[in-house]
Each structure stands twice: as structure tokens, then as C-alpha cells.
Design a protein around this ligand. Structure first.
Ligand code: NI
Length: 174
């Protein structure tokens, strides 16, 4: 397994609509494992392929706490097939928007369809933080960031600050 570099916003690669995976083959499985290693090292609870520069519909998620056993999901072509009318608000962050956290409202329960790491079609009912996390990752596959769910004022401020930090880093030769 290998740790991959994570792309931070603003970056056009985070705004692309990703293409479906045709078959969950060795390359896709390798990508899933590399993404998990990258996510655990960050540390984070979810990661989508566009965040490591790959425009494919692949996400990994593990919301287990540090003192719990790992419970990773490896998902290809995940989609929300049903979402609850009831919403829940969670403070979200993103490895591509480091150090920014905002409350986001999303359906608090959802049915997710995906292909697992063996290519087997699966459906899971998720709720609470897991539902939020998976919906956040699926958004990434359509070029949507969590800040797109908050006010334009706050979103613009966060993206401006991130752009400024990037310019400063580039000037420092980092
Ligand atoms: Ni994210």
C-alpha cells in the first residue's frame, strides 16, 4: 500500500464529475487500499478518489473511533438510492479543506448502493454520522464540496483563505 498526496481546495480537479468504475479490478482494489492508508494517516474518516487526483467514482469511509476496531467501507460507484426527509446537522470537515469546519444539514438516513471491493453489488442503510460521511464523499464524485452546502458568504471566505494560504506556500517554495 502507498500513501497518496491529498489535493486541497481550490483546485479544478476537485470540481470534476468523476466517471464510473467499469469493473472492480486489481487496480481499483489497490486504489481503495491506498486511499484507506492515506485516510488513516491524515487522519480522516472518509476520502474520495478525486481528492487524490483520480476522477473515478471510488470512496473509502471508516468512522470507527481510535479505540474501536477499524470498520472500513470500500465503495465503487456509490449512489444514494433513498434519503430520509428528516435532516440532521453535523459539523463537517474535509481533508481537502484543512482546518475548516462548518455545520451542514443533510438527510439523517440514507440507503446507499455500491460495488464492494470484490465487485459485488451491495446496499446498506446508514444513519447519523455514517450517513453524513458517505453523502459527503459521494458529493466529491460530482465535484461538490461541503462548503457548497453553507452560505455563499462563508464559502467564499473559506475558499479565499485557502487560496491565499496556497499562494503563500508556493512563494515559500514549499
Ligand atoms: Ni471531503
Amino acid at each position: 500500500m502507498a500513501k497518496l498526496p491529498i489535493i486541497t481546495a481550490p483546485d479544478p480537479r476537485l470540481r470534476r464529475k468523476c466517471a464510473p468504475v467499469e469493473a472492480v479490478d486489481k487496480t481499483v482494489r489497490r486504489l481503495m487500499d491506498d486511499m484507506l492508508e492515506t485516510m488513516y494517516a491524515a487522519p480522516g474518516i472518509g476520502l474520495a478518489a478525486p481528492q487524490v487526483g483520480i476522477a473515478r467514482r471510488v470512496v473509502v469511509v471508516d468512522i470507527a473511533r481510535e479505540d474501536e476496531e477499524r470498520a472500513p467501507y470500500r465503495m465503487a460507484n456509490p449512489e444514494v438510492v433513498e434519503a430520509s426527509d428528516t435532516l440532521a446537522e453535523y459539523e463537517e470537515g474535509c481533508l481537502s479543506l484543512p482546518q475548516y469546519y462548518e455545520e451542514v444539514m443533510r438527510p439523517d438516513r440514507a440507503r446507499i448502493r455500491y460495488l464492494d471491493e470484490t465487485g459485488e453489488p451491495r446496499e446498506v442503510e446508514v444513519e447519523g454520522m455514517l450517513a453524513t460521511c458517505i453523502q459527503h464523499e459521494i458529493d466529491h464524485l460530482d465535484g461538490i464540496l461541503f462548503v457548497d452546502h453553507i452560505s455563499k458568504l462563508k464559502r467564499d471566505m473559506i475558499l479565499r483563505k485557502l487560496a491565499k494560504a496556497k499562494r503563500a506556500e508556493a512563494m515559500a517554495g514549499a
